[in-house]
Design a protein around this ligand. Structure first.
Ligand code: UT7
Length: 338
């Protein structure tokens, strides 16, 4: 018998505002055909102006609590992954804590972009297995729409991203039979900082050579919008996601056949198809949501988990394998029994 962590509740929230590829074609030179062919995306969600990242996180968290049959007061720590914080500081988990009405529990923001959710569950797992906390709320939440260059200049990035949030409650559990009992079995986390500038948001930032962190000149240059070298990111994503997923499966003596559902990060359907082809993963085992939501960065995996459960694809007792890649570069994989 050993103390482990498991996911006892899953929630998601997507803002109601649907933005189709045709809608984007009215803002910039792009087309439904280009976006679908290159990425698989058909539509994404954008928030109303008054909605923040912590608002989306709150709704997803409520769903996770309800699913777990728990009250907000049962939560002992919040870990929130986002690259689109409510404000530069304090962290977004602080605002979520206040909105949930929780008193004085610790909060932690994770800044690992598309890989953020897998980093976050791994951190939660450590706290739980050490016996420090029993119930941790882990959230991935993003509002991209307010931070994108919606002109033709920014089209390579802006058509990809959407707003949304997903949350899980991770709780302590005694594992008697590791081949049957639900728990987080293994995770593998990586970073290669030399590629940081291949996908980044340069400004505002203290490393910029200026006396102010944001100037009109910087904004005129568009440096306050994300910049990406798409082809480099694509190649590394395919290589790293397959590499670290293979490692996690090998380390746990797990075969592709053993895994019931593969939940990949949702950056580009073509990336996921290439990873699946390389690893000989049957496409029916891969659950993708990018067609409806675009890339919601730290939120894609918990949203995918939520939708897979609702669709009857992911059921209690099933084995889930996940892999993600993104800005940093960071990448990660994890294996858990739900
Ligand atoms: O989760 C974060 C990680 N991000 C990713 O994983 C993204 C990885 N990269 C990708 O998914 C792909 O590189 C993209 C989908 C971003 C781009 O696809 P691509 O096949 O690499 O296209 P490209 O950048 O080589 O651009 C091809 C053409 C260019 O025109 P020219 O130079 O051939 O005339 C672009 O200007 O497509 C043009 N283009 C567009 N056209 C219509 C770029 N963006 C668009 C657009 N609509 N939105």
């Amino acid at each position: 018998m050993s103390l482990q962590s498991r996911m006892v509740g899953v929630g998601a929230f997507l803002p109601p505002g649907i933005v189709t590829n045709e809608d984007l074609g009215k803002l910039m030179e792009t087309s439904d055909e280009w976006i679908r062919q290159r990425t698989g995306i058909e539509e994404r969600r954008w928030v109303a102006p008054e909605v923040s990242t912590s608002d989306l996180a709150l709704e997803a968290s409520k769903g996770a609590l309800e699913d777990a049959g728990m009250k907000a007061e049962d939560i002992e720590m919040i870990i929130l992954a986002t690259l689109s914080p409510d404000h530069d500081f304090p962290g977004t988990a602080v605002f979520l804590q206040e909105k949930m009405g929780l008193a004085e529990i610790p909060t932690l923001d994770i800044r690992q972009q598309c890989t953020g959710f897998l980093y976050a569950i791994s951190v939660a797992d450590q706290y739980i297995r050490c016996g420090t906390y029993k119930n941790i709320l882990v959230v991935g939440a993003e509002v991209h729409s307010k931070g994108l260059d919606k002109t033709t200049k920014g089209r390579d990035v802006s058509v990809l991203f959407g707003d949304g949030a997903g949350a899980v409650i991770m709780s302590a559990t005694e594992v008697n039979d590791a081949t049957k009992d639900p728990h987080l079995i293994s995770s593998s986390l990586h970073t290669e900082g030399k590629y940081a500038k291949e996908l980044w948001l340069q400004a505002p930032g203290m490393a910029n050579v200026d006396t102010e962190r944001l100037t009109q000149a910087v904004m005129d240059e568009g440096l306050h919008y994300p910049q990406m070298n798409g082809k480099v990111v694509f190649v590394h994503a395919v290589k790293r996601m397959s590499q670290c997923l293979t490692k996690v499966l090998e380390n746990t003596n797990t075969s592709i056949d053993d895994v019931d559902v593969f939940l990949f990060h949702q950056a580009n359907l073509r990336i996921n198809q290439k990873v699946a082809d390389m690893m000989k993963i049957p496409s029916e085992k891969c659950f993708n949501t990018i067609q409806k939501y675009g890339n919601t960065t730290a939120a894609t995996i918990p949203i995918g988990m939520h939708d897979a459960i609702k669709a009857g694809v992911l059921k209690p007792g099933m084995l889930v394998a996940s892999a993600a890649f993104g800005s940093g570069f960071t990448w990660a994989a994890a294996l858990w029994r739900y």
